[in-house]
Design a protein around this ligand. Structure first.
Ligand SMILES: Cc1cc2nc3c(=O)[nH]c(=O)nc-3n(C[C@H](O)[C@H](O)[C@H](O)COP(=O)(O)OP(=O)(O)OC[C@H]3O[C@@H](n4cnc5c(N)ncnc54)[C@H](O)[C@@H]3O)c2cc1C
Length: 377
């Protein structure tokens, strides 16, 4: 019998399983689909706590802490598995197409700096010296030096590979139902029978609010927020930084794929790639870098972000004994994977919940809010 069952083999579930197993806990992870393929595969891998909307200081602190421990997390996984998730700290460049927008970016620079961002305003010449592929008519930009990216697909592979020798079992099974009595969890019922466990962790991403068998008082209001993306094949070093134009962004990967993302839509469990979504993304990409027009689009995809009611994830114990939640990471689940893994392991192994209070699953105001806007837009 495992000590802990994790439901969901995305980056969050695998990260938690890995951290628990390192501390000697016996863990089984259940997923009804291929591991590390849902939002964790669909994401852009930006580690951008200053550029992303932060609902409050607690969330900013959590994101900054996760960014701080990211390099060691990726190094450790590479040493254990040989899979390099390619952490790159090349910064984020917010570009302006005209002077009015550049003035808005200059105003945002104060907030970025106050939040811990290492920022600099750039004129057109500076922008083009850094990124010659961008449009020659840009007015300038705002550069945030201490933001980074990781290849989230490689990170998923690294975590899976790291879990196996630690004895973590990853089982593919549909139709799991949480089993509990009036006060605490007993385990999980699956198509193969009943699996007992004293602790069950819900890391089911955008589906975390739908888990069967969870009593009403322990449910969390996670909702899916769809995001569409595409990739263009470019010469590997043609672009360096993450480039943002309002809500849209370009993410250059080491392998020569330039990711263009992402739409943000409240439309239920609908992960289709739409004509309107692609139009919107290509429009932004070609406005910021017209030279992209002649390169090939090599991939399109969509994923479902786990949205929460207030922009913060749900992390920690619930009113149901032994039932722990790690979901609702919305746009920052890749960024928050290392710190989530550590904090949930601290809770399960040592009973420590020092960083978790602001993210308690049972905090007030559980009515879903609208999609969180990007504050730089
Ligand atoms: C287009 C897009 C761009 C993004 N860009 C970024 C970014 O740049 N930076 C960043 O930090 N974040 C980004 N995100 C957000 C990030 O991808 C997510 O927050 C994160 O991947 C969530 O991870 P997860 O493990 O909670 O969920 P998921 O990766 O979705 O995994 C959940 C898993 O649970 C399984 N599951 C669900 N229900 C059940 C069930 N009942 N039984 C068994 N298994 C179940 C699913 O099959 C799935 O494998 C982006 C997301 C999208 C869609």
């Amino acid at each position: 019998m495992p000590d802990v069952i994790v439901i969901g083999a995305g980056l969050v579930g695998l990260g938690v399983a890995y951290e628990l197993a390192k501390r000697g806990v016996s863990v089984t992870v259940y997923d009804r689909a291929e591991p590390a393929r849902a939002a964790s595969w669909a994401g852009a891998g930006m580690l951008a706590p200053f550029s992303e909307e932060m609902p409050d200081a607690a969330m900013l602190a959590l994101c900054r802490e996760s960014l701080a421990i990211y390099p060691a997390f990726v190094d450790e996984l590479r040493e254990r598995t040989g899979v390099d998730a390619r952490f790159r700290r090349d910064g984020t460049l917010h570009v302006a197409l005209d002077g009015a927008r550049l003035a808005e970016l200059a105003a945002h620079a104060q907030t970025f700096r106050a939040n811990g961002g290492e920022v600099a305003m750039l004129d057109r010449g500076d922008v083009l010296a850094r990124e010659p592929m961008l449009a020659k008519h840009l007015a300038g930009g705002l550069f945030v030096a201490n933001e980074a990216q990781v290849d989230n697909r490689r990170l998923g592979r690294a975590l899976l590979a790291a879990c196996e020798p630690l004895g973590v079992r990853v089982e593919r099974v549909d139709g799991v139902v949480l089993e509990c009595d009036a006060r605490r969890v007993r385990g999980l019922r699956t198509a193969y029978g009943f699996a007992a466990a004293a602790t069950v962790i819900n890391a089911a991403g955008a589906w975390a609010g739908e888990l069967d068998g969870v009593p009403q008082h322990a449910r969390i209001p996670v909702r899916p927020v769809a995001g569409e993306m595409l990739a263009i094949a470019i010469p590997p070093t043609a672009l360096h930084a993450l480039v943002w134009l309002g809500h849209r962004y370009l993410v250059p990967r080491d392998d020569g794929r330039l990711l263009v993302g992402a739409t943000v839509e409240d439309r239920g469990f609908d992960a289709r790639v739409t004509a309107a979504g692609l139009h919107d993304l290509l429009d932004a990409a070609l406005a910021v870098a017209p030279a992209l027009a002649s390169f090939a689009v090599v991939e399109t995809w969509a994923g479902l972000r786990p949205g929460s009611h207030d922009g913060r994830p749900y992390l920690g114990a619930t009113a149901l004994g032994g039932y722990v939640v790690a979901s609702g990471h919305y746009r920052n689940g890749i960024l928050l994977t290392p710190v989530t893994a550590r904090a949930i392991a601290d809770l399960v192994v040592d009973g420590r919940d020092d960083v978790l209070a602001p993210f308690a699953p049972a905090r007030g105001g559980t009515e879903p809010a609208g999609a969180v806007a990007n504050h730089i837009a």
